[in-house]
Design a protein around this ligand. Sequence first.
Ligand SMILES: O=P(O)(O)O[C@@H]1C[C@H](O)[C@@H](CO)O1
Ligand SMILES: Nc1nc2[nH]cnc2c(=O)[nH]1
Length: 293
Amino acid sequence: MAYAEEDRNSYEVCKEAADWLRARAARRPRIAIVCGSGLGALADVLDSRTAFLYEDIPHFPRSSVSGHVGRLVFGELNGQPCVCMQGRFHSYEGHSLSTVTFPIRVFFLLGVEILIVTNAAGGLNPHFQVGDIMFIRDHISLFGLGGQNPLRGPNDERFGVRFPCMSDAYEQDLLSLAMESAQELGFLSFTREGVYCLQAGPSYETIAECRLLQALGADAVGMSSVPEVIVARHCGLRVLGISLITNKAVMSYSSQEKANHEEVLRVSVLRAEALQKLISHLLGKLGESTNSL
Ligand SMILES: O=P(O)(O)O[C@@H]1C[C@H](O)[C@@H](CO)O1
Ligand SMILES: Nc1nc2[nH]cnc2c(=O)[nH]1
């Protein structure tokens, strides 16, 4: 099927990819997990795994960033049927926002109910430490505020309404369960909650920009997740967002710190196991609470 790039996430194109996957995956996933930079190992611990390279799935984009393998992995985590994106798409790679968010609509058509987005982010909150896990309470989209929204263009009601609400983008019940999980695992000393700010990248922020974002109320800054969350909420998925604070944003001209992707990947890998435990524990709770949530 030929289509213009901005039409990649049309209902028909997404359905072709979903139908292809449904014919090959053993179970319908209930939960989709997007693995952030350096966090892809989560997909390797799924039970009863079936993996598909993005290049083999109809219409799937390719990922080009180090730390993003480029596979969709189906399986079970703590008894819950899941699908993991081992590698996501970013706008700075040159992808349109419809390409960046295409997998989310495919997940919706596969019957996914809950989306967990993870990312690596720079900490703006002065109380945050490198290695902290931040549950996303809310976001600031510098894209959206500047006129770039993944829902721009004709609206297809089969996905959702023209004007979706975003004040409840990150579900309180999921956030509470995630916090409970952190407590039960003894992770509270490095667990936070906060506001994630999206900037386009690929360059990291200047010092003046970090100061501005902090003054705006952002606790962490990154280059992903928000378009995925907007499209997920548009089609009614419940969303949990998790940022791993891989570096502290540089706030002072006397600092010798310099943000770099190698450091981001190094810290992600160090915390990957804790994050796997946390998500696995949370999924166990979601299994127990299927009827109440
Ligand atoms: O995919 P995520 O948001 O985890 O990746 C972050 C943002 C950039 O892609 C990269 C910068 O180091 O890490
Ligand atoms: N924009 C941005 N993205 C990141 N991803 C990981 N660390 C950072 C950071 O400091 N800034």
